[in-house]
Design a protein around this ligand. Structure first.
Ligand SMILES: Cc1cc2nc3c(=O)[nH]c(=O)nc-3n(C[C@H](O)[C@H](O)[C@H](O)COP(=O)(O)OP(=O)(O)OC[C@H]3O[C@@H](n4cnc5c(N)ncnc54)[C@H](O)[C@@H]3O)c2cc1C
Length: 337
C-alpha cells in the first residue's frame, strides 16, 4: 500500500502525532512524508529519521503560514501527482479542515480521529470510537485515495533512527493564497493536553479549602476563585514534577478557576495520557468520556462514593490539599528533582 503522510507543524514545530502517522504508514508499505513551508530542513531530516522513505517538500513561501485554501490546493496537487492508496494525517484542528477540503477536491472521504487501522490489500479498515467512546465503529472508505486522521497517542510513536536519510523530492505546487497571516497572538492560556503523557486535573474540589484565608476585600465569588488558584497551584506543582500538563473539569472552568483550554470531557478535550490524576473531580459521565482511555487513572477525592473511583486503578480517599503536596514531595524525592 502506497501511503502519504502529511507532517503537521507550526513554524517547524511538528505535532508529535505526525510521527505516529509516519510509523503507521511505514508498517503498511512504502511511505512518503509531505512537508510544507520554506526553511523546513530540520523537519525534513526528522521525517527521514522517523521512517519516511521519501520526503515531498513544497517549500513555496506561500506555504509558510497555514491557511486552508493554499494548503488544500497544494496537498490535492501532490496527491493527484503521486496517486497514493492512503493519505494519513494526525488529528489536529488544522488537519481536520485540510483533510476534508482535499478529500472534497478529490471526490473522496475522510476516516476521522481513528484509534485503530488494519490493512486488507489496498483497503484500510478503520476503528474509531462513537457515542462518547461507548462503542467502537469499524469504517471503510470506498473512494480513493482513502484519507485518515489519527487520534493523538492512539498509535505508537516510532523510535527515530539518527542519521537515517531517504529521497528528498522538491515539488512545485504554485499555491494561490487569497489571504495572508499578519501575525500571531498568544491566547490567554495554551496547553497541549492531547499529546500529554501525564495529566493532573482539578475539579470543583480545588476551591474547597476552608482553612485558607483569602486577602481582605474579596467578595464570596472572588474568595472562591482565590482559593481555587491556591488549589491549582498545587495541581501545577505535581504536573511539573511529572513533566505533565494541567487539566480541569467543566465545573472548574465554569467557576472561573482556570481557562477553558484545560477542560477535559465531552465539551472539552478527549485525552489519552499514560497517567491521569483526577483531584477533587466527582467523575460525571461528561468528564469520564474525556479521560477514560487513559492507561492509568488515579483519583483523589474526599468522598469514597464518588463515581470517579469506578474508573480509577488507584483511588485515594482524602483531602487533596493534604495529599497532592505529599505526593508531589514523594515524586520529587523519587525522581531526584
Ligand atoms: C452537555 C454537558 C456537557 C458537559 N461537558 C463536560 C466536560 O466536558 N467536562 C466536565 O468535566 N464536565 C462536563 N459537564 C459537567 C458535568 O456534568 C459535571 O457537572 C462536572 O464534570 C463536575 O465537575 P467536578 O467533578 O469538578 O465537580 P463536582 O461534581 O462538584 O465534584 C467535586 C468533587 O470534589 C470533591 N472534593 C471536594 N473538596 C475536596 C477536597 N478538599 N479534596 C478532595 N476532594 C474534594 C467532592 O467530593 C466532589 O466529588 C457537562 C455537562 C453537560 C450537561
Amino acid at each position: 500500500m502506497k501511503t502519504l503522510v502529511y507532517i503537521d507543524h507550526f513554524k517547524g514545530e511538528v505535532q508529535p502525532g505526525s510521527w505516529e502517522a509516519l510509523g503507521l504508514g511505514k508498517s503498511l508499505g512504502p511511505v512518503s512524508a509531505v512537508v510544507f513551508g520554506p526553511g523546513m530542513e530540520a523537519v525534513v531530516s526528522a521525517a527521514f529519521e522517523y521512517g519516511a522513505d521519501e520526503v515531498l517538500l513544497a517549500d513555496d513561501p506561500a506555504l509558510l503560514d497555514y491557511r486552508p485554501e493554499p494548503f488544500a490546493a497544494a496537498l490535492t496537487a501532490i496527491i493527484t501527482a503521486q496517486s497514493p492508496d492512503l493519505v494519513l494525517l494526525p488529528t489536529t484542528t488544522r488537519t481536520r479542515e485540510l483533510a476534508a477540503m482535499s478529500a472534497f477536491d478529490l471526490n473522496s472521504g475522510v476516516l476521522v480521529d481513528l484509534t485503530g487501522l488494519e490493512a486488507e490489500g489496498d483497503k484500510v479498515i478503520a476503528t474509531r470510537p462513537i457515542y462518547e467512546g461507548k462503542l467502537q465503529e469499524k469504517v471503510v472508505c470506498s473512494a480513493r485515495p482513502q484519507f485518515a486522521t489519527l487520534r493523538a497517542r492512539a498509535f505508537p510513536k516510532p523510535a527515530p533512527e539518527a542519521g537515517r536519510t531517504g529521497t528528498l523530492t522538491k515539488v512545485e505546487v504554485s499555491p494561490q493564497p487569497v489571504s495572508t497571516v499578519e501575525g500571531y497572538a498568544a491566547s490567554e492560556s495554551t496547553v497541549n493536553l492531547t499529546d500529554a503523557g501525564v495529566i493532573v486535573s482539578g475539579g470543583r474540589g480545588v476551591s474547597n479549602n476552608p482553612s485558607l484565608t483569602p486577602p481582605a476585600g474579596l467578595d464570596e465569588k472572588q474568595a472562591e476563585i482565590w482559593r481555587a488558584h491556591q488549589g491549582f497551584a498545587l495541581i501545577g506543582d505535581l504536573a511539573n514534577v511529572l513533566d505533565g500538563a494541567v487539566g480541569a473539569s467543566r465545573a472548574a472552568v465554569d467557576g472561573g478557576y482556570i481557562p477553558y483550554s484545560h477542560q477535559v470531557g465531552q465539551t472539552g478535550k478527549v485525552v489519552t495520557p499514560d497517567l491521569y490524576i483526577a483531584c477533587g473531580i466527582s467523575g460525571a459521565i461528561q468528564h469520564l468520556v474525556g479521560m477514560r482511555n487513559a492507561k492509568v487513572v488515579v483519583a483523589i477525592n474526599k468522598d469514597a462514593d464518588a463515581p470517579i473511583f469506578t474508573q480509577a486503578r488507584y483511588g485515594v480517599v482524602g483531602d487533596l490539599f493534604v495529599l497532592v503536596p505529599a505526593i508531589t514531595e514523594a515524586f520529587k524525592k523519587k525522581l531526584g528533582k
